[in-house]
Design a protein around this ligand. Structure first.
Ligand code: ZN
Length: 119
């Protein structure tokens, strides 16, 4: 990632989705469950680990896969080790389409949250 120049704040272009575990049910939780990124503002998603744990050293603690109805991004697989989505694809039109994705954490049932691309 490029180092930000003066006056640039890279954080403001990132939409954070926290991936954790629901403390009661012990199931995967995504917050927000539905992300929205703005194409005109060049926003990206960053999935962050919200688990209170030591990060496993033998792999990512969660994975994110856009495999149900396409990915709005140039890549379709992300994880705690590769957490930034990058920009929405040029040919993705802002609209109401919900891109479902699958979050996996070892030993837990999968979670299918979603996201969309706005103007
Ligand atoms: Zn973690």
């Amino acid at each position: 990632m490029a180092t930000p120049g003066p006056g640039l704040d890279p954080v403001s272009r990132e939409v954070i989705v926290k991936i954790g575990l629901d403390s009661k049910a012990n199931i995967i939780k995504a917050d927000p469950e539905y992300f929205q990124i703005s194409k005109s503002k060049n926003e990206e998603v960053r999935w962050v680990c919200d688990q209170d744990h030591e990060h496993p050293k033998d792999g990512p603690c969660f994975t994110v896969d856009f495999e149900k109805n396409d990915s709005p991004f140039y890549e379709s697989q992300f994880s705690s080790a590769a957490p930034v989505s990058g920009l929405a694809k040029r040919n993705v039109l802002p609209g109401r389409k919900i891109y479902e994705y699958t979050v996996r954490i070892k030993g837990k049932p999968d979670l299918d949250p979603g996201g969309g691309v706005q103007q």
